[in-house]
Design a binder for this molecule. Structure first.
Ligand code: HPA
Length: 281
């Protein structure tokens, strides 16, 4: 299958295998316990990785160059608080023109390398009325409103044709995250993330619709990655940093700058939760 738009080479079986070979060669004997996808504000975690092997996307077949300000483009392998991990610093958004298969390519690579646990983080707008900028939300479930799916096309080897999605975010990992947050005295909400294509933010009418549909937070990522992970039998844990109130709830216009700033402010707290979960995996 080829990616749509964006000049991607597509992320079919051959490309995945080449990417896996490249990353495997670079990380050597490291056996990552988890892969962590860093959203806005968590970039510092990539710098905390010890004995880090940094693999720029330009060196990985099928990985496009990163496009958004504040988003990096490298895989970082090493240990975080003593736990072997693979960190994805910079993700591929559909709004950049990438196909959903490209957005899901890194996760296919992680799965092929034997990683069983995926931790995804993102910045999101608060749809639930009690949320405030800086609220941390554990993702309980998601709604795919991107109208794209990374699994369309021929079923790839090792993937379900019709993967079950009844527990996209692992219940035991969520319980662990709540426990870590409670012990660290970090308030952690839980709710439903809705993924939209973007890149324009939502209108107030769209946000009211999303509220009625059962969404608590809205963003433009994460859904393709989690779909691929479930098709590969990986267990997922997801967190949203509520960087702003969604349109119509917010008294002010939305800005990417605000998203980045709030993301950074609460990044430390989310980093504490992620590391606490890693230590107990
Ligand atoms: N909408 C969509 N995506 C977002 C938002 C938002 O309000 N904030 C951060 N990412």
């Amino acid at each position: 299958m080829t990616g749509t738009g964006g000049g991607d080479k597509g992320a079919g079986t051959g490309t995945i295998a080449e990417a896996v070979r490249t990353v495997a060669r670079r990380i050597g004997s490291l056996e990552p316990r988890a892969a962590i996808v860093l959203g806005s504000g968590l970039g510092f975690l990539a710098d905390e990785v010890r004995d880090a092997v940094r693999i720029p996307y330009a060196e990985i077949p099928g990985f496009p160059a990163p496009g958004v300000a504040g988003h990096k483009g490298e895989l970082v392998a090493g240990t975080l608080d003593g736990v072997p991990v693979l960190v994805q610093s910079g993700r591929f958004h559909l709004y950049e023109g990438h196909g959903a298969d490209v957005a899901g390519l890194p996760v296919r690579v992680f799965a092929s390398l034997g990683v069983r646990t995926l931790i995804v983080t993102n910045a999101a707008g608060g749809v639930r009325l009690t949320f405030r900028p800086g609220t941390l939300m554990l993702i309980a479930d998601h709604i795919n409103f991107m109208f794209r799916n990374p699994l369309t096309g021929p079923a790839l080897e090792g993937e379900e044709r019709f993967p079950d999605m009844s527990e996209p975010y692992d219940a035991r990992l969520r319980a662990l995250a709540r426990e870590v947050a409670r012990e660290a005295k970090i308030p952690l909400e839980e709710g439903v993330y809705v993924g939209l294509l973007g890149p324009s933010y939502e209108t107030p009418a769209e946000v009211r619709m999303l509220q009625r549909l059962g969404a608590d937070a809205v963003g433009m990522s994460t859904v393709p990655e989690v779909i691929v992970a479930r098709a590969r039998g990986m267990r997922c844990l997801g967190f949203s940093t509520i960087t702003n109130l969604a349109a119509g709830i917010s008294p002010t216009a939305l800005s990417h700058q605000e998203v980045l700033e709030v993301g950074r402010q609460v990044g430390q707290a989310l980093g504490t939760i992620v590391k606490g979960v890693l230590r107990r995996l």
